[in-house]
Design a protein around this ligand. Structure first.
Ligand SMILES: Cc1ncc(COP(=O)(O)O)c(C=O)c1O
Length: 395
């Protein structure tokens, strides 16, 4: 491509065809962003070759784009999967998989304490599309086994649960599931700490808006799994218009470069914060799988030997009023923000955000009380964080 418009063209033609860089022989050191709706095709033979896969190429960004592919391929490599699909959000990723693998009459077994919107999506599919869903305590392997039917096509679990950070016994779960494919939400753990496919999962999905990107500035999702299934998922993602845009995929790839360092760092800091909070008199209980008092401490030792990640939760004595007071005291230093895995530490209130869409009775049954606070540990200095939290806890 040349920057020189042909001589003699009028302003409208020069302007309409503008913006191209000259041909050059060196490669950019950072990956370019392919911010384009479509790709120009040489001739009908090339169209045929790209469509059949005989030649690598792209046609239309909803169907595929180099920035999507780069990000998805890196996550597939990290998770040990054959292929990946990148979507506009984590919810887009699970939607694409459900659309690709389920039909009316099929049955799904799902953990009863999934991310709130995952449960809501499954309830919606059950109410409107004839998919049967059984919610079970995913830690109760007998209950999982009992729930399986001849029509069961999928089991859905989280590697680390939200918000109580319980570790799922993935090897045990895969064993009782037998041939039933297992989909694992690995958003909290990331492949740096836990690789569900090595423990028997079939598919892994992420809200890449979280740790994979890690800077709190994108909406992005990704799903990885076997090649054939992922091809169907790609087709569904295109059909339902779930694809991400190139810039956000590029931001995902840029964030990914520091993922191992960030996961190591947040795991260490979260452990220190959990230890410190456990000593505090106004805190009734701390939920962090690196604490010996945590329900799944032993599983964590086995499945997460390199650290338990940056998510932790705690029950504040005094319930909702105490939480409100604590949040206001922290003000802008540790903000109340309904996301997680930002570079800075953030707080969330599960009863009013991620688990707002279930009933109060269900929340109580799942251990999500009115005094429960979730902390997403960032990259700050551990000592500074502990001091700020302790100051805000003084009543
Ligand atoms: C554990 C978990 N899974 C999935 C999602 C959904 O991802 P997204 O918000 O990118 O659609 C979230 C969102 O917060 C989440 O926390």
């Amino acid at each position: 491509m040349t920057t020189e418009p042909s001589p003699g063209f009028n302003d409208a033609t020069i302007a309409a065809r503008g913006g191209w860089a000259p041909d050059f022989v060196t490669r950019p050191s950072a990956p370019p962003i392919y911010m384009t709706t479509a790709f120009d095709i040489e001739d009908l033979g090339q169209l045929e070759d790209i469509t059949t896969g005989a030649q690598t190429g792209y046609i239309y960004t909803r169907d595929g784009n180099p920035n999507h592919e780069a990000f998805a391929a890196d996550i597939a490599a990290l998770e040990g999967a054959e292929l990946g699909v990148v979507t506009a959000s984590g919810m887009g990723a699970i939607t694409a998989l459900l659309m690709a693998t389920l039909k009316a009459g099929d049955h799904v077994v799902a953990g009863r304490v999934l991310y709130g919107r995952t449960g809501q999506l499954l309830n919606h599919l059950a109410a409107s599309f004839g998919i049967e869903v059984t919610f079970v305590d995913i830690a109760d392997l007998t209950a999982v086994q009992t729930a399986i039917k001849s029509t069961t096509k999928l089991c859905i679990a989280e590697s680390l649960s939200n918000p109580l950070v319980e570790v799922t016994d993935l090897p045990g779960l895969a064993r009782v599931l037998g041939d039933v494919p297992l989909l694992v939400d690995n958003t909290f753990a990331t492949p740096c700490l836990l690789k569900p496919i090595t423990h028997g999962a079939t598919y892994v999905w992420h809200s890449a808006s979280k740790y994979l990107n890690g800077h709190g500035d994108v909406m992005l999702g990704v799903l990885v799994g076997p090649r054939l299934a992922m091809r169907k998922v790609r087709a569904m993602s295109s059909l339902y218009g779930l694809n991400s845009n190139p810039f956000e995929s590029w931001l995902g790839s840029r964030g990914l470069r520091t993922l191992p360092l960030r996961m190591e760092r947040v795991s260490k800091t979260a452990q220190s914060v959990a230890n410190a909070l456990s000593q505090h008199r106004v805190i009734e209980r701390v939920y962090y799988p690196g604490l010996p008092t945590h329900l799944t401490f032993e599983l964590a030792q086995r499945l997460l030997p390199h650290g338990c990640g940056g998510m932790l939760a705690f029950d504040l004595a005094g319930g909702r009023t105490a939480v409100d007071h604590f949040f206001r005291k922290l003000g802008e230093t540790i903000p109340f923000s309904p996301t997680l895995a930002d570079a800075r530490t953030t707080l969330s209130y599960p009863a009013g955000t991620s688990h707002k869409f279930i009933t109060a009775a269900e929340r109580a049954a799942y251990g999500i009380g009115d005094g429960l606070v979730r902390l997403s540990i960032g990259l700050e200095d551990a000592g500074d964080l502990i001091r700020e939290l302790q100051q805000a806890l003084v009543q």
